[in-house]
Design a protein around this ligand. Structure first.
Ligand code: PEP
Ligand code: MG
Length: 577
């Protein structure tokens, strides 16, 4: 009988194949008390297991090196670093000595301690990093037990792997073994395994509880990684249908791949700029995987988060130069840091009592202007980076013109410092602002007069316009890019840019969602900055659109007050393709 079960879809795509159910890993340790004379040998057994685990990871790295991007290998490096981390190894050895116990028990205690530290973190991404701790503990336990760890078996080819949990290394090896897809019983959409599955293009479902009881080994299976369901022992009808969906998907992928490197020009010959968003220079590799294009948003706060402090000028410069070099003449839009709200570091600056609502608090440019001496190294480094290639500077979260004036004074000061020291930079470096506070959108004309470009940050513009915290699940249902108020603010900003004859881009998530591409084109948007994996899909829509037809349609849509009606009209635009 055909069974339909659902979990969390984390990596889109249809996979069809026979299930390969991996045995549950019984790795719970039991405590064994050792004689004092046995402790030394036990520590040796543990350190040997550490080196076995480390060798396994190095072997995987070697095996995949040729056909895998650097940013994917980083996931293995994270585990290698954990293996070397004193919190892991010295902590476990201390447990063995203190409790006179076996290595497995000592390691389990240490793992639980570390998991608790991650569990208490507020940031949902960091909380998910406890998975890495568990994966590393598991790997060492297996090494202690002398069991084989690595998913490296040619019989996995074309199969759908069903497991309780998978490590990032397993996921990478799956691609190597040409696995069709996977289902895990645990894990969430932010786990490294889920991120990797998306990067590697493996259809995947996580959090499908009891999957290994519900699905039989060797049974035929269909999985839909976008919608997060699987159908076991499907009827012929379903098989036929999903095979045709899969064929359609792969034809679409080929079609999209053909667009790589081609200009984003509409049918009526309007050239649209299409750039990618990055968090760190290494992400440029991912952009290049899809298309050879520039960067419309580089979120530099990641550098602060990785260092857990404000970087010095040389660190900023080294990082930006790396990005400029990788882009090889393509533009790089560096956004000054946007710490605050959901992105925090434990810096040493005194901020007073904890804000009740950090999204509306001392965030981004507000924080930089409060500490101009700490902001200066970033401004100097961005200017200096402009000597090595086309760099634009973008300021986030501006609310009023006074803030903008203060920033412009600081930039002028930074330029003077560099001139005095005879350090080269581009004196005409374009300076732009993110329009993401409704007040700034309403005053976009005034901002546009003082700037070289504007960029609409819809993630924040929507949260502030609709008064919903973007990370609060409880009010997520109110998040609506098509709310008439949001559309009005976007349209006002685009028109202000046109009046001032400066470019307006959109770098919020709305630009990456192909549902809205035609609406935005019709509103006059000529510059999209999107997630790397959306580059070709957005381009596909652009090259199949005629601006003239869209403008009239969109003009009408902008007069509608009812969100549902707007939605159906926007859907009709999509269907024009
Ligand atoms: C936005 O707000 O739309 C944006 C692009 O910035 P971030 O997501 O980094 O706040
Ligand atoms: Mg923002």
């Amino acid at each position: 009988m055909s069974i339909y079960i659902s979990g969390i879809g984390v990596s889109k795509g249809i996979a069809i194949g026979e299930a390969f159910v991996l045995a549950r890993e019984q790795l719970d340790a039991t405590q064994v008390t050792l004689a004092k004379s046995e402790i030394k040998a036990e520590i040796k057994r543990f350190t040997k297991a550490l080196s076995v685990a480390s060798k396994q990871l190095h072997d995987i790295k070697k095996k995949i090196a040729k056909d895998t991007a650097d940013d994917i290998v980083v996931f293995i490096d994270t585990h290698l670093l954990m293996l070397e981390d004193p919190a892991f190894n010295e902590g476990t050895i201390a447990n063995i000595k203190e409790h006179n116990c076996n290595a497995e028990w000592a390691l389990q205690m240490q793992g639980e301690r570390l998991v608790q530290v991650f569990d208490e973190m507020e940031d949902p991404y960091l909380r998910t990093r406890k998975d890495d701790v568990l994966h590393v503990v598991k790997r060492i336990k297996k090494a202690l037990a002398g069991t084989d760890e690595v998913i490296d078996n040619p019989s996995y080819k074309g199969r759908i792997i069903i497991a309780d949990d998978l490590t990032p290394a397993d996921t990478i090896m799956m691609q190597h073994q040409k696995v069709a897809g996977f289902i895990t019983e645990y894990g969430g959409p932010l786990s490294h395994t889920a991120i990797l599955a998306r990067n590697l293009g493996i259809p995947a479902i996580v959090g499908l509880h009891h999957a290994r009881q519900l699905i039989r080994h060797d049974e035929m299976l269909i999985i839909d990684g976008l919608n997060g369901f699987s159908i076991s022992s499907p009827e012929d009808r379903s098989l036929k249908y999903y095979r045709s969906v899969k064929r359609h998907e792969s034809a679409k992928r080929n079609l999209l791949n053909n667009l790589s490197g081609k200009p984003a020009v509409t049918l009526d010959k309007k050239q649209i700029t299409l750039h990618g968003n990055i968090d760190r220079p290494a992400d440029i590799k991912l952009i290049k995987k899809y298309d050879d294009t520039g960067v419309g948003l580089y979120r530099t706060e990641m550098l602060f988060i990785e260092l857990n402090s404000w970087p010095d000028q040389e660190t900023h410069l080294r990082t930006y130069k790396r990005a400029v070099k990788k882009l090889d003449g393509k533009p790089l839009t560096i956004r000054t840091m946007d710490l605050g709200a959901d992105k925090e570091i434990q810096d040493t600056i005194e901020h007073g009592p904890m804000a009740h609502n950090p999204a509306m608090g001392l965030r981004a440019i507000r924080r930089c202007l409060k500490e101009p001496q700490d902001f200066m190294p970033q401004l100097l480094a961005i200017l200096r980076a402009s000597a090595f290639g086309p760099v634009r500077m973008m300021i986030p979260m501006l609310t009023n013109l006074q803030e903008l004036d203060q920033v412009l004074v600081l930039i002028a000061e930074a330029k003077e410092i560099l001139k005095k020291k005879r350090i080269s930079f581009d004196d005409n470096i374009p300076i732009g602002a993110m329009i993401e506070v409704p007040a700034a959108a309403l005053a976009a004309d005034a901002f546009a007069k003082k700037l070289d470009f504007l960029s609409i940050g819809t993630n924040d513009l929507i949260q502030y316009t609709l008064a919903i915290d973007r990370i609060d699940d409880e009010v997520n249902y109110l998040f609506d890019p098509l709310h008439p108020a949001v559309l009005k603010l976007i349209h006002m900003t685009i028109k202000a840019g046109k009046r001032a004859k400066i470019p307006v881009s959109m770098c919020g998530e709305m630009a990456s969602d192909t549902q809205y591409t035609r609406l935005l084109l019709g509103m006059g948007l000529e510059y999209f900055s999107v997630q790397a994996n959306a580059l070709l899909e957005v381009k596909h829509i652009i090259v199949h659109s005629t601006l003239k037809n869209l403008q009239d349609e969109v003009e009408e849509i902008l007069q509608i007050h009812d969100s549902n009606e707007i939605k159906s009209r926007v859907q009709q635009l999509v269907n024009l393709l």
